[in-house]
Design a protein around this ligand. Structure first.
Ligand SMILES: [Zn+2]
Length: 96
């Protein structure tokens, strides 16, 4: 199958990131929101709390889906290219 994604190829076997560093911390500068959800958001509820999204790989790329509205929010076509990615989850302590 052409354009088959191989996430295991983006990080080497020792989970060492290939290429420039890619943080596993939240480095989002601009969040995606479902415009329909934002119209219905209750007072006092943040978009983060109200959001019900799924994110996943598709045959052509990556899709963001609103579960509440069963609607596409974004579908990015990788155009057959693979991209480096950090698939690690940082361990966080619950001590505050
Ligand atoms: Zn929505």
């Amino acid at each position: 199958m052409p354009n088959k994604f191989r996430p295991d190829k983006w990080v080497d076997k020792k989970a060492k990131i290939v290429g420039r560093p890619i943080t596993a911390d939240n480095d989002i500068h601009m969040y995606l929101h479902c415009s329909l959800c934002l119209e219905d958001i209750p007072d006092g509820v943040s978009p983060r709390e109200w959001s019900q999204i799924e994110v996943g790989f598709t045959p052509i790329g990556l899709q963001v889906w609103c579960k509440r509205h069963e609607a596409n929010m974004a579908h990015i076509d990788f155009e057959g290219e693979t991209h480096p990615a950090n698939m690690q989850r940082l361990k966080k302590t619950l001590d505050a």
